[in-house]
Design a protein around this ligand. Sequence first.
Ligand SMILES: [Zn+2]
Length: 54
Amino acid sequence: MFKITPQCSVCKKEIQANEEIFVKMRYPESKGMTEIKAFLQYQGKIICNECNEK
Ligand SMILES: [Zn+2]
């Protein structure tokens, strides 16, 4: 799903397969799934479940 190595942006832990994650990102100005996928790769911050609960 992600071309970059998935890593929690808070604790830098590597995200494991099937792990529940949260992604913090700005909603793209031009709406559409294509834009959202591109935004995830370039601007999305992945947060693991553990850090999100803190
Ligand atoms: Zn984390």
